[in-house]
Design a protein around this ligand. Structure first.
Ligand SMILES: [Zn+2]
Ligand SMILES: [Zn+2]
Length: 329
C-alpha cells in the first residue's frame, strides 16, 4: 500500500513540477506553448477562411471551450489524473506479475527508425481511439459523459477539447494494453501529439479549406460536422464519422457519412435543451445515464421517424501527456 501512496504523491508532484517547468521555459519542444501557438494559428485560419461567415468570432460558449482547452490538456492532469494513473499502472503491473506476466511487449520495434516508430504509434493509437469513440456512442453510461462533447451548438476549433474528464480515463484505459504490447525504443512522442492536436483543432474549426481526395484519409471540418449532427441517418442510429485524426477507418468499416456539405447542420442531441450548460454542471454529471445513446427524437414531424442521434468527435484526447508517453514507452 505504501508503494501505491508513494506512486500517487510522486505522480502529483511530478506533474506539477513539469507544468511549471513548461510554462517557465518557452521553446519549440514545449506542450504548453504548442497548445497556445496551435490554437492561435487555427483561430487565425478561422478568421481568414471562415466556413460559416455569419458565425461570430467569439461564438457561443467560446470561453467555456477555452477553459476546457487548458483544463483537459493540462489542469486535469495536474489535479490528479497523473497521480491516479501512476497508481493504476502499478496495480495493473502487480496484478499481471501475480499471473506470471512481467512484460506485455509482444512486438518489439526498438530497432526501427524514429519516424517509423512515431508512425506506428500514431496509426495504432488512432485506430484504438476510433474504436473507443464508437463505444462512447454505444454504451449508455459512456454516452452520458460523451454528451458533453456533443453539447456544442456552434462549432469552432476550441470545441475540440470540450469533453468530460472521464473520457480521458476511458481512452487511457483502452489504450494502455495495446500500446504496452509494442516495445518502443523512444519515449518522446511530441511530434505525434502535436500533429493530432493540430488535426483535431482543424476538424472542429469554422474553416472552409476542402481537402480534396485527402478527405478519404484525414478527418475534416465538413465530415466532422456530420458527426456532431443532431439527427443520425436511419442506417447508423448510434453515430457516424467516428474518426479522430484519420477518416480512413470510417471508410473501411462503413461508418463514413457525408452525403453533402452543409455548413449549418443542426448540432447536438435530443434533450440538449435540458443538458447542463455550465462547466460545473457538465463536470458533475453523475454516472446515472439520463438517456440512452439513441433515444428517438420525436419533436418534429421531419425527424419523428428517425432513430435519433448522438455523435461526436475527433478529439485528440490529449489528457495526461506524460502518463500517455509513459504508457506508450
Ligand atoms: Zn462522438
Ligand atoms: Zn467533435
Amino acid at each position: 500500500m505504501e508503494r501505491y501512496i508513494q506512486a500517487f504523491v510522486d505522480g502529483y508532484s511530478g506533474y506539477a513540477r513539469y507544468l511549471v517547468h513548461e510554462i517557465a521555459n518557452p521553446g519549440w519542444h514545449n506542450y504548453f506553448y504548442a497548445l497556445v501557438g496551435l490554437s492561435l494559428a487555427v483561430w487565425g485560419l478561422e478568421l481568414l477562411f471562415p466556413w460559416r461567415r455569419d458565425q461570430p468570432v467569439l461564438r457561443q460558449d467560446f470561453f467555456l471551450d477555452l477553459f476546457y482547452l487548458f483544463f483537459n490538456f493540462f489542469l486535469f492532469s495536474l489535479v490528479g489524473y497523473n497521480a491516479v494513473s501512476n497508481v493504476g499502472v502499478l496495480i495493473v503491473s502487480d496484478a499481471l506479475a501475480q499471473l506470471g506476466i512481467r512484460n506485455l511487449v509482444a512486438i518489439n520495434i526498438q530497432s526501427w527508425s524514429v519516424w517509423a516508430q512515431l508512425f506506428t504509434l500514431f496509426i495504432v493509437r488512432d485506430f484504438v481511439q476510433w474504436n473507443v469513440h464508437r463505444l462512447l456512442h454505444r454504451v449508455p453510461w459512456m454516452w452520458t459523459f460523451h454528451k458533453v462533447h456533443h453539447s456544442v451548438e456552434q462549432m469552432g476549433f476550441a470545441a475540440h477539447l470540450r469533453y468530460h474528464w472521464m473520457e480521458t480515463v476511458i481512452y487511457r484505459v483502452f489504450e494502455y494494453i495495446p500500446l504496452a504490447m509494442i516495445g518502443f525504443g523512444i519515449s518522446d512522442f511530441f511530434v505525434v501529439h502535436l500533429f493530432t492536436l493540430a488535426v483535431g483543432h482543424f476538424n472542429h474549426a469554422n474553416i472552409n479549406l476542402p481537402l480534396g481526395p485527402l478527405r478519404y484519409l484525414f478527418n475534416s471540418p465538413q465530415m466532422h460536422l456530420w458527426h456532431h449532427a443532431e439527427v443520425m441517418p436511419d442506417d447508423h442510429p448510434t453515430g457516424i464519422n467516428y474518426g479522430i485524426t484519420l477518416s480512413i477507418w470510417d471508410y473501411l468499416f462503413g461508418t463514413a457519412h457525408e452525403p453533402y456539405v452543409d455548413s449549418h447542420l443542426k448540432l447536438g442531441f435530443p434533450g440538449l435543451d435540458t443538458f447542463p450548460r455550465t462547466l460545473t454542471g457538465q463536470l458533475g454529471l453523475s454516472l446515472q445515464p439520463t438517456s440512452q445513446p439513441h433515444e428517438p427524437k420525436t419533436t418534429s414531424l421531419e425527424t419523428a421517424d428517425l432513430p435519433a442521434t448522438n455523435t461526436g468527435v475527433a478529439h485528440t484526447r490529449f489528457g495526461p501527456l506524460r502518463a500517455r508517453t509513459a504508457s506508450a514507452g
